[in-house]
Design a protein around this ligand. Structure first.
Ligand code: AMP
Length: 274
């Protein structure tokens, strides 16, 4: 595996299919599964490792985000990554530059709780796609709204590649794998699977026939308060339709249950598709 820090060192071989897995490092099985899938489907796999400053808000965890290039490089190599692209912030942002705003799907939920977050995500993903020139870029459904934003950007801007969305990889107790799980204390780690448990229970309850809007509202309210009773500060626990990300109370469209909840200093997000 080649470790590359400069954009000019990335090669573009004609006739080779390239899969890109954009990441911020702190690799876990979720990241590694994306890389394995890319390896199965493409001739050459590039994983990018860049803790993107522009997607962190003030007071967020940019400074303490897990960084360990040596460990990540060895894990990436084990799953067959060909090129690990780990540029510096100066390489990616040599000056105050253009910013991409994706309307509608970036407005609510993560968009409103983390102002500017999706502009940072869309801009860095667009730049990475242009730097690497992949045929397929792989993203995890763990970050559902991010997937919707990236997909929308690629469609709106006619970018010539396929976005492949991959299922969330979980710990045995259901907790979605995340680099941020490393922040959890032992006690918090024991509580953390409640987010997924509540999402799953809620999904089951919502899928009964002829559910009224009031019943759906009650089910969502119960799940949210049950997390709060466990000590979470819940940013949102919602049923949304995927097309617009607006909150809904019936399942006539493609929907998802989404949640963001804070446990101590850790913010957990998760979702289930319906
Ligand atoms: P990150 O390093 O957190 O920016 O994540 C890099 C990529 O890995 C993104 O596409 C994430 O959605 C994806 N990812 C993170 N956690 C998981 C997980 N538990 N399962 C599947 N994909 C994940």
């Amino acid at each position: 595996m080649k470790i590359v820090t400069r954009i000019s060192e990335l090669s573009h071989d004609v006739g080779t299919s390239i899969g890109l897995v954009p990441t911020m490092g702190g690799f876990h099985k979720g990241h590694l599964q994306l890389m394995k899938t890319a390896k199965e489907e493409c001739d050459l796999v590039v994983a990018s490792l860049f803790v993107n400053p522009t997607q962190f808000g003030e007071g967020e965890d940019f400074e303490r985000y897990p960084r360990n290039l040596e460990r990540d490089a060895s894990l990436a190599e084990e799953v067959g990554v060909d090129v690990l692209f780990a540029p510096s912030p100066e390489e990616v942002y040599p000056r105050l530059g253009s910013v991409i705003h994706v309307p509608v799907v970036s407005k609510l939920w993560e968009g409103s709780h983390r102002p500017g977050h999706f502009e940072g995500v869309a801009t860095v993903v667009c730049k990475l796609l242009n730097m690497v020139g992949p045929d397929v870029a792989y993203f995890g459904l763990k970050d559902l709204q991010q997937c919707l934003v990236v997909k929308r950007m690629v469609e709106d801007l006619n970018m010539p590649l396929t976005i492949s969305l991959q299922p969330t990889v979980r710990e045995e107790d259901g907790l979605a794998m995340s680099s941020r799980n490393a922040y959890l204390t032992h006690e918090e780690r024991l509580l953390a699977p409640s987010v997924y448990r509540n999402l799953s229970e809620c999904k089951q309850k919502l899928q009964v026939p002829d559910l009224t809007h009031e019943q759906a509202e009650g089910i969502l309210h119960h799940a949210k308060t049950s997390l709060e009773d466990d000590g979470f500060r819940v940013d949102y626990f919602e049923l949304i339709e995927l097309e617009t990300t607006k909150a809904v109370r019936n399942l006539s469209m493609q929907c998802a249950l989404i949640a963001a909840a804070r446990l101590g200093k850790t913010r957990l997000i998760d979702n289930v598709l319906l």
